[in-house]
Write a protein of this length. Structure first.
Length: 254
């Protein structure tokens, strides 16, 4: 099934190459449904960015279009891609202490080789009241089935570390890491990062991303159906958060 639904424009290519990210950027822009989905994500993120001074950084900007949706954002990526403001590694942020008012990302945290080191860097660079705002895969009864069978990235809710194998920025991952850090291991997070607090976890999108095809699979829904699927998602999440595939996560620095 995974092979049948795979996106043909990137089939057979090295997932970690800049070429694949650029092709995925084209997919996000050209697929009406997927573009609306990303616009929805950016709107959710933008609404939670603190006002005031300080830089606003997006990690893993890659294939997205945050720069046109979130005013003033500094785009960054581990890969040297056209249109990226800064090439950087998430565990070594080239910013001064207490200089950032927010760090935002979509589908990035679960690719970071060492989440603890990233959180230390965020803690160092973040101004008081700064926010870490992200939309990431989430572990639920439904998502375990989908990520475990149809998705190409590793998904291991039982992993005992907050790390993934370094060196391959896209193919190496653990889609369960956001849930592990901010839900399963919440006590450990609170002990290791007393200056950071999980402010929001809101389960999202049981179906929309799935039928959009994302960036690695064929689209299963025309763009005009996006609002219909959005309503279905809202209804399912209200009935049971265990149907979600993603979560909006906000972490605040005290």
């Amino acid at each position: 099934m995974r092979e049948l639904l795979a996106e043909p424009s990137t089939a057979g290519l090295d997932t970690d190459s800049p070429e694949v990210t650029l092709r995925r950027r084209e997919l996000i822009q050209s697929r009406g449904f997927l573009r609306q989905l990303y616009q929805e994500w950016y709107s959710e993120i933008a609404a939670r960015i603190p006002q005031g001074t300080g830089a606003l950084l997006e990690l893993g900007s890659g294939g997205g279009f945050a720069a046109s949706a979130i005013p003033g954002v500094i785009t960054s990526d581990l890969l040297p891609l056209p249109g990226i403001d800064v090439v950087l590694d998430g565990v070594h942020l080239p910013f001064a202490d207490e200089s950032l008012r927010a760090v935002v990302m979509t589908n990035v945290l679960h690719h970071l080789p060492d989440v603890t080191r990233f959180l230390r860097e965020f803690e160092r660079c973040a101004k008081p009241n700064a926010a870490l705002v992200m939309i990431e895969p989430w572990v639920t009864a439904w998502s375990r089935r989908i990520y475990g069978s149809l998705h190409s990235e590793p998904f291991d809710p039982d992993a005992q570390t907050w790390t993934v194998t370094p060196g391959k920025p896209l193919s190496e991952a653990n889609g369960a890491l956001p849930w592990i850090v901010f839900e399963r291991d919440r006590r450990r997070f609170a002990e290791e990062f007393p200056a950071l607090a999980v402010e929001t976890i809101r389960p999202l999108m049981p179906m929309s991303y799935l039928v959009s095809g994302g960036v690695s699979m064929r689209s299963l829904a025309p763009s005009w159906t996006f609002r219909i699927w959005k309503k279905i998602d809202g209804m399912l999440c209200r009935l049971s958060p265990q149907t979600a595939m993603f979560a909006l996560i906000v972490v605040r620095r005290s």
